[in-house]
Write a protein that binds this ligand. Structure first.
Ligand code: ADP
Ligand code: HMS
Length: 559
């Protein structure tokens, strides 16, 4: 049999990329990135210019299709591979990124009559404007003693499906009424490739983001009725659709899409997956004890376990949610690389930019080099990493960042180092929450853009968590994982694989070099972490609500 290939398409926050992979050993033969023309829509709607309120984050669904019609033909062409040898395609997506569609499966924002209503657009994972709804969901679920709540660390996030849908119902009932279904963007893109009228939902996003459970299904009608009588039938109407496990073949590529994508009609299309979750087999992790960090604009932390444990503030535990046969645990930090980007764009003095330019390097690299000269603790600074709220373990989008210890001598490279450290302390909180509650964390695996870009950051994470970190060999780990699921959808009889464990064993790799904790750094960071924890609890657990007060004063001032 000639060589067989699969394509993984990774939908990130700002761009989508396709990777064509050799199924015999995971070699990435070609890759191509398509930046989303409309990027993150967080100030005004395209064309109409209608202004968006604070905390909104939308996207344009056409941008997702552009990735398929630009990046997929580009990798096929660059590789020279015969499309007949490409047996499967899988996608992974940011989540919870949702959109309302009509009976024909078209996004409501494509309808000229509805396009000026911001609620007809895709709500991106980091759309945080449904916090009021999330607070009520949590209050009502808690008062009713709903059994699902512990599976989500005690709190349902405003980033997830039910809060976002309820916000649409509250603020745009006409859009809600005209919605045939609310879908994860991952499932919508798959439906556009397979052309099926009966849309399938993947069990990963359903489990982590829509409160679906393998045995219990969605929460009861009585719960939805208690939220709002108008939501009583939500799950059997606008959330209807079979929920199927990862690796399932959702369908086959249609003639029309095959032509546009440069592939063969009939190619197996896997059900969608979450970006971070696809990275787990992508980095070769198929057993418990190994925490995978997908490190980019944000960090998602994924871990396998054998039992369902309660862990404060985790995003969720879902049976088979990452690798079949295991409990899949997820936690996360909602800004990491984004915090460093904010500082580089908004906080760095002109002399740093000029020095970086003169040395022919970028500002991140310049700051990293200079920040590496300090010993742990030498800056005298400490920060709380809540520039985009706190996802785990506090689950509160209304918290904000803080830097403590400034003096007239404080330098930009010290601030940069402090921000790197703050995100490492945030990860340590998550590691401790799992490990101390019976879900062991022995070692860390890192993938995503950050481990490739910043060595200092990775050493700080090893020192702060006191654990060795292995780095993914692939620069496109989620896409590699998605391609593996594409190969599983095709099946071994067609040259793919029968399960994701076999695919991961053959196709995933980590680099030889690892980051190991340095004992003297570990000791200093332990002291700093104790101080971080005090600040974390003081500002994050209600003792001092100043961050929330500032928000409400700001809202009043803006009105
Ligand atoms: N040298 C660097 N050190 C630390 N962060 C960096 C560096 N260069 C870029 N970044 C940050 O990396 C993030 C992008 O990460 P990446 O994994 O490529 O994206 P995504 O999360 O969208 O997949 C940006 O937030 C950017 O600020
Ligand atoms: O929240 C999840 C997964 O649960 C991510 O999709 C979200 O943080 C976005 O990740 P990226 O930072 O774009 O890689």
């Amino acid at each position: 049999m000639s060589k067989r290939y699969a394509i993984g398409v990774d939908y990130g926050t700002e761009s989508g990329r396709a990777v064509l992979v050799d199924l015999s050993d995971g070699t990435e033969v070609a890759d191509h990135v398509t930046p989303y023309p409309h990027n993150v829509i967080d100030e005004k709607l395209p064309v109409s210019g209608i202004k968006l309120a604070y905390d909104w984050a939308l996207q344009h669904p056409q941008d997702y299709i552009d990735v398929l019609t630009q990046s997929v033909p580009a990798v096929v062409q660059a590789s020279g591979v015969n499309p007949a040898d490409i047996i499967g395609l899988g996608i992974d997506f940011t989540a919870c990124t949702i959109l309302p569609i009509d009976k024909e499966g078209q996004p409501l924002c494509f309808n000229p009559q509805l396009t000026n209503n911001p609620h007809s657009w895709v709500k991106l994972w980091k759309h945080h404007a449904a916090q009021d709804e999330a607070n009520l969901i949590n209050e009502i679920a808690e008062s009713r003693g709903e059994s699902f709540l512990p599976r989500y660390g005690g709190k349902i996030s405003s980033e997830w499906m039910i809060a976002k849908v309820w916000q649409i119902l509250n603020e745009a009932p006409d859009i809600y009424d005209q919605t045939d279904r609310f879908l994860e963007a991952a499932d919508w893109v798959v439906s556009q490739m397979t052309g099926q009228s009966e849309i399938v939902r993947n069990s990963c996003t359903a489990g982590y983001k829509s409160i679906w459970h393998k045995k219990d299904g969605y929460p009861s009608k009585a719960f939805f009725q208690a939220l709002d009588p108008r939501l009583e039938n939500l799950t059997e109407t606008k959330l209807r659709g079979d929920v199927v496990p990862l690796g399932t073949k959702a369908g086959e590529l249609t003639e029309t899409m095959a032509k546009r994508m440069g592939l063969k009609a009939g190619t197996a299309i896997a059900v969608g997956n979450v970006d971070a979750h696809a990275a787990v087999p992508g980095v070769g992790v198929v057993t418990p004890g190994k925490l995978v960090m997908a490190m980019g604009t944000s960090i998602c932390h994924m871990l396998l376990g054998t039992e369902e444990k309660e862990v404060e503030g985790m995003c969720g535990v879902v049976e088979d949610g990452i690798i079949p046969g295991y409990m899949g645990y997820e936690a996360g930090q909602s800004a990491v690389g984004d915090i460093f980007a904010w500082y580089v764009e908004q906080g760095v003095p002109a002399y740093v930019q000029a020095a970086a330019e003169q040395e022919g390097t970028n500002v991140h690299e310049w700051l990293e080099r200079h920040a590496s000269a300090y010993k742990p603790g030498e800056t005298g600074l400490l920060a709380l990493d809540w520039w985009n709220g706190n996802r785990s373990v506090l689950v509160d989008t209304e918290l904000n960042g803080l830097i403590l210890g400034y003096s007239l001598l404080t330098k930009p490279d010290e601030i940069y180092r402090t921000l790197l450290e703050a995100t490492a302390f945030g990860t340590r909180k998550i590691v401790d929450a799992f490990h101390n509650n019976g879900v062991e964390v022995q070692e860390l695996y890192a993938c995503g853009g950050l481990p490739q870009k910043n060595q200092l950051l990775m050493q700080i994470y090893a020192d702060v968590t006191n654990r060795e970190i292995k780095i993914a060999d692939s620069k496109q780990t989620p896409a590699l994982g998605a391609a593996m699921f594409g190969a599983v959808a095709a099946g071994a009889v067609n040259g793919g694989y029968d399960n994701i464990v076999d695919a991961a064993h053959k196709m995933a790799r980590v680099r030889k070099e690892t980051f190991k904790p340095i004992a003297e750094n570990v000791a200093v960071y332990e002291q700093l972490y104790q101080e971080y924890s005090k600040l974390h609890d003081y500002f994050g657990r209600g003792e001092n609500d100043v961050m929330k007060k500032l928000r409400s004063i700001r809202e009043e001032a803006r009105q």
